[in-house]
Ligand binder design. Structure first.
Ligand code: FAD
Ligand code: MG
Ligand code: MG
Ligand code: MG
Ligand code: MG
Length: 582
């Protein structure tokens, strides 16, 4: 223990609750204030893992609940109830020993110079606009997620459904059921019924594919019994602008999904760009030959990816990151240029540092005896640290199938290299000169995913180059937990700024950098079949993977309450089918 701070903390711990309240307002130096924006995956995971009572946390989010997004598609056709996949944020924060408060509001502006944010209450939509209030912070954590991206396609906002929030899923469910009721009314021509029952999904990513699969199951399992007169008029079309659906997954999964959809009668149109949508028709252009068509539709789900929210766009402009699609952070999740602002999840990307930018510093640190040269032994000692800090090095070594440093050094020094060899800075540079090329041309977060895939599984890069959905709850979830761990250890680290032994001497590097661990991905394809891509390049598709999916998603629920609800919804659906009132 050093000094009064440890003392107070100790006294605080033994005091009764009442004393503590008085003590904290009158004697103890003010607690550092953490402001957290967002109650999605990133925010929830931070709150769940935070247990350092020395902080005061204020959560600001327009949504006073967390949504388990992977089950949103299941809500659209009534497999799971909306209530079952949301958890009130107040349930999450009341269980903590940390002082956490919540305000139902959205942040509208960040003022990093004065350490303040401006917020607008969102409770009563009529009073929107006036009630802007300021909140001061010592640390700001931005986890506001992203918004749907329409690519400015005309008519999308007005005529399409989206699947991002719980309201969206409920609206879709109502709309799906309404469509079947509408199509069952008398006095309609078959043409009109067909139009009403033409469901179009734009975007062949996981969300679009899963919705198409849910809808197909719904038609096959329930509509056939409940609306037998119209079942033959139903059509599901999936429009994808690129050459394949699910193109962030392994080829085997993509192929299987395309074939399964083909057999199921889902019309997958590849290379099909949507150019506009009006109340009755959706217009597309075929990539390549430029052929244009307009098709009548009943309902369109738009799920082509995400873009930055206005708040983030504005903030990026303010801090000179204007041309980016997401906030750039360092590997400790700090927004570049700020020590006290963190960003995670879909609104952020981790900027991986280049080895060559830090090469002199690395050399200096490795050269323990200050001789101006590195021995192989000195190099060997630091290589693990380098690999942790710069994952591209690990990847490079693996790709070159170089296990031992002497081999790498041989390339730099020629065949003269031996165990006893010494290396000057220029030779050191040339030994590592190509490692940074491993990170070229890849979006930052996805890059981390790809690297870890490669490092842990030897999966071929080619499979994943097309990755275009780096946004994953797994990333946000792991980042939130990581950041909470940093905050849990913050004082310890401030007292001991040299950091953990491996980074001793680097000052700034108080925590291990964030490293994403890929835990695998699922793509439910309908008919109780799921494709799973797990670490180790382990791809498998079928019915047992659906059970794996059920068990993984049951276990990933944030509370026993939602777990019980979700599981009972699944059982209810197995026995009684979907609830089609709406
Ligand atoms: P979010 O979870 O979106 O949370 C953002 C939070 O910020 C929300 O609470 C929001 O209300 C709040 N907010 C917004 N604006 C403001 C503001 N101005 N001020 C304060 N708060 C604000 N990923 C997977 O890995 N696997 C899956 O199977 C999967 N399935 C998905 C299915 C669907 C239908 C969707 C939509 C997404 C899916 N994802 C999946 C992606 C995953 O949900 C996201 O990557 C994850 O939610 C990102 O977490 P986040 O905390 O960054 O943002
Ligand atoms: Mg969040
Ligand atoms: Mg969420
Ligand atoms: Mg985010
Ligand atoms: Mg030396």
């Amino acid at each position: 223990f050093n000094g009064s701070k440890g003392h107070i903390a100790h006294a605080d711990a033994v005091a009764s609750n009442d004393d503590r309240r008085i003590a904290s307002s009158e004697q103890v130096p003010k607690k550092k204030k953490v402001v957290l924006l967002g109650t999605g995956w990133g925010g929830m995971s931070f709150l769940k893992s935070l247990n350092n009572p020395n902080y005061e946390v204020q959560v600001v989010s327009p949504r006073n609940f967390f949504v388990f997004t992977p089950l949103l598609p299941s809500v659209t056709c009534g497999k799971v109830e909306a209530r079952s996949i949301v958890e009130p944020i107040r349930n999450i924060i009341r269980k903590k020993n940390v002082n956490i408060s919540y305000s139902e509001a959205e942040c509208v502006k960040i003022d990093p110079n004065n350490k303040k944010i401006y917020c607008r209450a969102t409770i009563d939509s009529h009073s929107k606009g006036e009630e802007v209030f300021a909140v001061e912070y010592d640390y700001l954590i931005i986890a506001v997620g992203a918004q749907v991206n329409t690519f400015n396609t005309p008519g999308v906002m007005e005529n399409c459904h989206f699947l991002k929030e719980i309201d969206d899923a409920q609206k879709i469910r109502k709309n799906v059921i309404d469509s079947f009721e509408k199509a069952s009314l008398p006095n309609l021509s078959d043409e009109e019924r067909k139009k009403i029952l033409h469901f179009v999904v734009v975007g062949g990513g996981p969300t679009g594919v899963e919705f198409a699969a849910e809808l197909h199951d719904f038609v096959n399992e329930d509509v056939v019994k409940l609306y037998p007169n119209v079942q033959d008029l139903v059509k599901i079309t999936l429009l994808e602008a690129t050459d394949h659906i699910l193109n962030m997954f392994d080829k085997r999964i993509t192929n299987f999904a395309e074939q399964k959809f083909g057999r199921d009668g889902i019309d997958v149109k590849l290379g099909s760009m949507v150019t506009g949508i009006n109340e009755n028709e959706i217009s597309t252009k075929v990539r390549g030959n430029g052929e244009k068509t307009s098709t009548p539709y009943g309902m369109v789900l738009w799920s082509t990816g995400i873009g930055p929210r206005p708040l983030i766009k504005e903030f990026m402009k303010q801090i000179g990151q204007g041309n980016r699609r997401a906030l750039a952070t360092d590997e400790w999740l700090r927004v570049e240029g700020f020590g006290n602002i963190y960003a995670l999840g879909d609104c952020a990307t981790v900027n991986q540092r280049k080895v060559m930018e830090d090469i002199s510093e690395i050399f200096r640190k490795a050269d323990k005896d200050n001789s101006g040269t590195l021995t192989v032994k000195e190099f060997q000692e630091i290589i693990d640290d380098i690999c942790e800090r710069y994952p591209q090095v690990e990847l490079y070594l693996k790709n070159k199938q170089v296990r031992n440093m002497v081999d790498l050094l041989k390339e730099a020094k020629g065949d003269a290299a031996k165990e006893s060899m010494e290396l000057n800075i220029e030779e050191f540079k040339s030994a590592l000169s190509e490692v940074d090329s491993q990170m070229k041309n890849l979006p930052a977060t996805a890059q981390v995913i790809i690297l870890v895939h490669l490092v842990h599984s030897g999966t071929k890069l080619i499979h994943f180059q097309g990755i275009n959905h780096p946004q994953m709850f797994q990333v946000a979830n792991q980042q939130g937990a990581y950041l909470a761990k940093c905050f849990n250890r913050m004082e310890e680290c401030e007292k001991n700024p040299e950091g953990p032994p491996r980074f001793r001497g680097t000052g700034r590097h108080r925590f291990h950098p964030f490293r994403y661990r890929h835990l695998g991905q699922f793509a439910p394809l309908g008919g109780e079949q799921t494709a799973a891509q797990l670490p180790g390049d382990w791809v498998s598709i079928g019915h047992s993977e659906q059970w794996l999916w059920y068990s993984v998603y049951a276990s990933k629920q944030v509370s026993w309450r939602t777990r019980a609800l979700v599981v009972s919804d699944w059982i209810r659906r197995f026995i009684f089918g979907r609830d089609t009132s709406g």
